[in-house]
Design a protein around this ligand. Structure first.
Ligand code: UFG
Length: 342
């Protein structure tokens, strides 16, 4: 039997891809998810890809009694990857307490249990949102953090502080925070991918839904930014490449090759693509014409951000491998499968 890893939020977008990559290298995965933003069918599809059905426990991490009982049932978990969190920026502005409670209390409940059950290793889902609009690009891990633009972003910044402070006083605890840039795309089998509820907020799901005829038109938010073509620039990272960074981080913790007990890494491609470039690359990859129009800027948007990935490349030995072209094609193949488009 493989070494046991708990993946919270394991039926979600990044979580499900990470479960598949963990299974591929022999880890035994146990998922906790409350299905608040995913479906149980994801477990079936993970099994279709890997041939292995992960253990799945459905509950909310705010329920500390259930969480304690869970660790009593699986005492030999060696490491945890904590994805489970709310992530809609706009919703977090509307419901700050809902976001703070969910994202922070669930993390603290997990840390309590790690201490109680002597689980030494945690990989945490953080975000480039902790940098805000940086003064200098690309952003390195040491770029000064700025005030978060939203309660969601602030939960990531505060979570990192909670982890840093907890590691300081917990000699057995080792944590790696991965700061994701913009994850996009889907598994090459098209069996798992991003499934936004309602109208997508994020660019790529909006593009694929427009191409599928579910949305009439993509609105490009602003073409008057200080960027080469005037649209915002982001670092779009393939979700499978991102998932693999988690496997490396878990191995680093389990094998004790981490040099600090609290480490954090940028996970991006190092390349900044504009919104219009993403649209054009999508058109090239799929041969489709996308209906889009330029509209006003979206409040709160950062003008441009992309990662310096040197530390992840050299220290973790991780590299983004998949091109934007192939990644956008994978996103389209996923959209086609779930909408029954041939
Ligand atoms: N965009 C459009 N039209 C759309 C949707 C997005 O033009 O319909 C543009 C945005 O203005 C932005 C870019 O596409 O320039 C990317 O937008 P996303 O919403 O996909 O991603 P963000 O960079 O705004 O947000 C992402 C994550 C957040 C995280 C943030 C940190 O979704 O969780 O990065 O910077 F907080």
């Amino acid at each position: 039997m493989g070494r046991k890893v708990l993946v919270t939020g394991g039926t979600g977008y990044i979580g499900s891809h990470t479960v598949v990559e963990l299974q591929a290298v022999g880890f035994e995965v146990i998922i906790i998810d409350d299905l608040s933003n995913s479906t149980a069918e994801v477990v079936d599809n993970i099994e279709k890809i890997s041939g292995i059905r992960p253990v799945f426990e459905e509950f909310n991490l705010l329920d500390s009694d259930k969480l304690t009982a869970f660790f009593g049932k699986y005492p030999d978990i060696e490491a945890i990857i904590h994805f489970a969190a709310f992530k809609a920026v706009g919703e977090s502005v509307e419901k700050p307490l809902y976001y703070y409670r969910n994202n922070l209390v669930s993390l603290m409940n997990i840390l309590d249990c790690m201490s109680k059950y002597k689980i030494p290793n945690l990989v945490f889902s953080s975000s480039c949102t902790v940098y805000g609009q940086p003064d200098v690009l690309p952003v390195t891990e040491n770029t000064p953090k700025k005030d978060a633009e939203s309660p969601y972003g602030n939960t990531k910044a505060i979570s990192e502080e909670i982890l840093r402070d907890t590691v300081k006083v917990t000699p057995d605890l080792n944590v790696i925070a991965l700061r994701y840039f913009n994850p996009i795309g889907a598994h090459p089998t098209a069996l798992i991918g991003e499934l936004p509820r309602g109208v997508p907020n994020n660019l790529v799901p909006f593009i694929t839904q427009t191409a599928a005829g579910i949305r009439q038109q993509l609105s490009v938010f602003g073409d008057d930014y200080n960027t080469p073509d005037g649209s915002c620039v982001r670092d779009y990272i393939n979700v499978v490449d991102l998932a693999k960074a988690h496997v490396i981080a878990i191995n680093r913790l389990i094998n004790n090759t981490n040099t600090d007990r609290y480490e954090f890494f940028n996970v991006g491609t190092g390349y900044g693509a504009s919104v219009l470039e993403v649209v054009k690359t999508f058109e090239q990859a799929t041969g489709l014409k996308l209906n889009y129009k330029i509209v006003a800027r979206r409040p709160g948007d950062v003008e441009k951000i992309f990662a310096d990935t040197k530390i992840a490349n050299t220290v973790l030995g991780w590299n983004a491998e998949t091109s934007l072209f192939d990644t956008l094609l994978s996103a389209w193949n996923w959209e086609k499968r779930i909408r029954n488009i041939s």
